[in-house]
Each structure stands twice: as C-alpha cells, then as structure tokens.
Ligand binder design. Structure first.
Ligand code: OGA
Ligand code: MN
Length: 302
C-alpha cells in the first residue's frame, strides 16, 4: 500500500473554493479579481470551471469593465456579440444584459436567455464559457438556472448513449431571434441581412467530449437546436423533445440566486442555462463577456 502523495500547493491560500452540493457548481470566497491574479490561481479557477461547470465568484463589486475583460481574456479570445446595439459603450467585448429602459430605449438585451441554451452554440466555434457580472440586481427575482448536460448524458441508458454518439444536430440563431421577437416585441431588434449572413446554421455532434476533462456531454438545447440531421423530421422532433425534457430535471440543475457583487463564470461546453426573468417594474443589469471555444468534438465511432 502506498501513502497518498501530497503535492505541495504553491498557489495562494488567499481564497477558498467550495463545491456547491449537487452535480455542478462551485463558489469562490475571498478572491478580488480587481487585483493581479497569479497564473497558478487562475489555473485553479479554470480547472474548477472544467470540473464543476459553474463558478460563482462572490464579492466582485470593485471589478471595472476593463478588469472584467482582462480577466475573461485569460480563458481565450473574446467574442463580439451580434446584437451590437447592446455593447457597452467603448467596450464591444461586453454585452449588456438588462431590462432597463433609458430615454425610451432599452440599454441591454432584455430577454437574454429566456429559453434553455448554451451561448453561441449556433457558431462554428461555439463559446467556451461566459462571465456574467452583476451590476444591478433586484432582490428575490431574476435567478439563473444551469443544467449539467454531462450529468444528463451519464444518466441515459448505454444503448441511448451509443445511438446519440452517431448523430449530429443543426443549431441556429436567426430562427430563434425571430421567435423571440414574437414574444418580446421591439425590445429585441431584428437582424439585418448582413447580421443574419454572419450566423448561418451550423452542425455539431449531439454528444461532445470536453476538451479539458474528456467527459462526454450532450450538446443540444431547446433554444438553438433545430433538428437532428440524420433523422426524418418527426423522429428528430420527438427525440429532441425527449432529450430536452430529460436534461432539465431538478437533479441536473443548480439555481443561482444572484447577489449584487457576483461574477458567475459558466462552461458552455457541458451545459445549458436559462434566465427565469424579472417583473417589468424591477431593474436588473449585468455585463457579459463571452469566450470563444474550439470546434466541438464527438466521440470517435468505430
Ligand atoms: C446570458 C444569459 C441569463 C440571465 O447572459 O447569456 O443567458 O439570467 N443570461 O441573465
Ligand atoms: Mn446565455
């Protein structure tokens, strides 16, 4: 019998990472991202993101947009969102998520994520992850739900898993934007032909393997996945509906209740999320950066 080897922990003990009970989520306490962060500490955060999908960093009230952007860039190149009306002035890397109306105009995307989705799954290179910084948070409303699609995949019968590994699905933004416009009206602008041309539908594997952990997960969402390429329409619709319903069971979900100084980082490669929304008479504003990811890889099938 060999004793467990203790590798010396060279990273700072200045902050603590606590797992949130359940299949996903971790909370970081005692970290101030407005201060320089040594690489070893950054790697701790990145590893936690890969392992737990959602990392809630508490107490980031002092973080400026510049610092938010600089920290986000450590994960990879940042995306500039197609909804350019809602970029933060002077900082196109930040998408304003807000229901606030100023001078008759919405200052942000009011209905961001009011359907289950993984950010930018409709791109050829979908997002690695997003970092959402609370700016103005109402009490007791506006929770965000996160579902683990890795846990959802693991809970499927092996035969279903094997079948899903052979399938690919189409993801698209334009159709969703139109559907959402019908619900939200003029708060959500339509896309110009030029914008629409930038987001043609793309095909991704239904099961993707996480590039850092090797863990497989579903990669579909009600928001952006329109069909399974290999199946006839009816069968595709039925299978997607079944998988969507399976994925959003309570046992796969973490409900985030926002605190005013939270920065929440999530991994878009292994899960989906949903904004539960707020009543129109309360103000809610958050700033989002979105990190570009790699091309989703399926499980090699022999
Ligand atoms: C997003 C998003 C959810 C929320 O910004 O990508 O889905 O609760 N937001 O604001
Ligand atoms: Mn989102």
């Amino acid at each position: 019998m060999t004793a467990a080897v203790r590798t010396p922990d060279t990273s700072s003990d200045a902050f603590e990472i606590r797992e949130i009970p359940g299949v996903l989520g971790a909370e970081v306490i005692g970290l101030d991202l407005s201060q320089p962060l040594p690489e070893s500490d950054f790697l701790r955060i990145r590893r936690t993101l890969a392992e737990r999908q959602v990392v809630v960093v508490r107490g980031q009230g002092d973080l400026t947009p510049e610092q938010h952007i600089a920290f986000s860039r450590r994960f990879g190149p940042l995306e500039i969102h197609i909804q350019h009306h809602f970029h933060l002035a002077g900082h196109p890397e930040i998408l304003v998520v807000s229901n606030v109306i100023e001078n008759g105009k919405p200052i942000g995307l009011a209905d961001a994520g009011r359907y289950w989705h993984s950010d930018l799954s409709y791109m050829a290179l979908p997002s690695l992850g997003s970092l959402l910084h609370a700016r103005e948070i109402p009490e007791g409303a506006g929770d965000t739900l996160f579902a683990s699609l890795a846990a959802a995949y693991e809970a499927l019968p092996e035969e279903t898993q094997r079948r899903l590994q052979t399938l690919t699905a189409e993801h698209g933004y334009a159709a969703r934007n139109r559907a959402q416009q019908a619900v939200t009206g003029q708060l959500r602008p339509g896309l110009t032909a030029e914008q629409e041309a930038k987001v043609p539908p793309v095909i991704h594997p239904v099961v993707r393997v996480h590039p850092e952990t090797g863990r497989p997960s579903l990669f579909i969402s009600e928001g952006f996945t329109s069909r399974i390429v290999e199946l006839p329409e009816e069968e595709s619709r039925a299978l997607l509906a079944e998988l969507f319903a399976h994925s959003i069971q309570d046992r796969f979900i973490y409900r985030h209740r926002w605190r005013p100084d939270d920065l929440v980082i999530w991994d878009n490669r292994q899960g989906i999320h949903l904004a539960t929304g707020v009543p129109p008479d309360v103000r809610r504003t958050l700033y989002r950066t979105t990190v570009q990811g790699d091309k989703p890889q399926g499980i090699a099938t022999a």
